[in-house]
Ligand binder design. Structure first.
Ligand SMILES: NC(=O)c1ccc[n+]([C@@H]2O[C@H](COP(=O)([O-])OP(=O)(O)OC[C@H]3O[C@@H](n4cnc5c(N)ncnc54)[C@H](OP(=O)(O)O)[C@@H]3O)[C@@H](O)[C@H]2O)c1
Length: 258
């Protein structure tokens, strides 16, 4: 029970990586607010958290809507009284060559993957500073460190999010708050399924052929499963990680070495 009685807020907690982190946190004794747009998904995960004997709360959150972000954070703080652990996990992947990429796609991607992280973090930081304890974990990507053709908005948002993470980590390092990022490679989730279909169409291959091509590029020759990210998130959220801050940790089957 490494997170006993901690309160966690997880954006994009309704499925994929966020759901696995929500359930792992609950198993370690945390109460969890699960936030995203799809009400049925966040409600299901909140019930799963309750099934593990912890308080689980479903919150509607749309990171493109500032009023909704403020409302969601207020709802969670009114309900739980505080948030100790923030996981900025929600994200979207967009595509398109730069010369035809429309501004809406650029703005939408950065709103969720970058500005959304800033807004949610800022709205929860004050109460962490007051208590002198906090854990902020951002789910980033290998695309936060390297460029990816036809995925410029995604890569720019993830690079920006790492800059934000490192700056904030420096700001609050002596205030009991750690700020880190986990950088997955290719994780078997809905996002990757959609992505494979898009890559396949771009390359004139079947989704199966595209999937196999990407699998061959991963040194361990397998995609990461969403649950594999959860133990690292538990560690980063725990008291054990007091000296771990400002880090962008790869968990990608050996794709990028540090
Ligand atoms: N899968 C991969 O291969 C991979 C690789 C590297 C990094 N990542 C990162 O891992 C994180 C989680 O991705 P995943 O693979 O678990 O994808 P996923 O299954 O598509 O889940 C994404 C989550 O983000 C939420 N979300 C999307 N737009 C949102 C918005 N406007 N407001 C609030 N929540 C929103 C989604 O819920 P709603 O749609 O219901 O809002 C969903 O819960 C992302 O940051 C992604 O960039 C994934």
């Amino acid at each position: 029970m490494r997170l006993l009685n901690k309160i966690a807020f997880i954006t994009g907690g309704g499925r994929g990586i966020g759901r696995e982190i929500a359930l792992a946190f609950a198993r370690e004794g945390a109460d969890v607010a699960v936030a995203a747009r799809t009400q049925s998904e966040v409600e299901t995960v909140a019930k799963e958290v309750q099934g593990l004997g912890r308080r689980g709360m479903a919150v509607r959150l749309d990171l493109t809507n500032r009023a909704n972000i403020r409302q969601a954070v207020k709802t969670v703080l009114d309900h739980f009284g505080r948030v100790d652990i923030l996981v900025n996990n929600a994200g979207v992947l967009s595509k398109g060559p730069v010369h035809t990429l429309d501004e809406e796609t650029w703005d939408f991607t950065l709103a969720i993957n970058l500005t959304g992280i800033f807004l949610v973090t800022q709205s929860l930081l004050g109460q962490m500073l007051e208590r002198g304890w906090g854990r902020i974990i951002n789910i980033n990507s290998s695309s936060g460190k390297i460029g990816l053709p036809y995925r410029s908005a995604y890569a720019a948002s993830k690079h920006g999010a790492l800059g934000f993470m490192r700056s904030l980590a420096s700001e609050v390092a002596d205030k009991g708050i750690t700020v880190n990022a986990i950088c997955p490679g290719l994780v078997d989730t809905q996002m990757w399924d959609t992505s494979v279909e898009n890559f396949a169409a771009e390359m004139g291959k079947t989704p199966e052929e595209a999937r196999e091509m990407f699998r061959q590029r991963i040194p361990v020759k397998r995609f990461t499963e969403a649950w594999e990210l959860a133990p690292l998130a538990v560690y980063l959220a725990s008291d054990d990680a007091i000296s771990m801050t400002g880090q962008a940790i790869q968990l990608d089957g050996g794709f990028l070495q540090s």
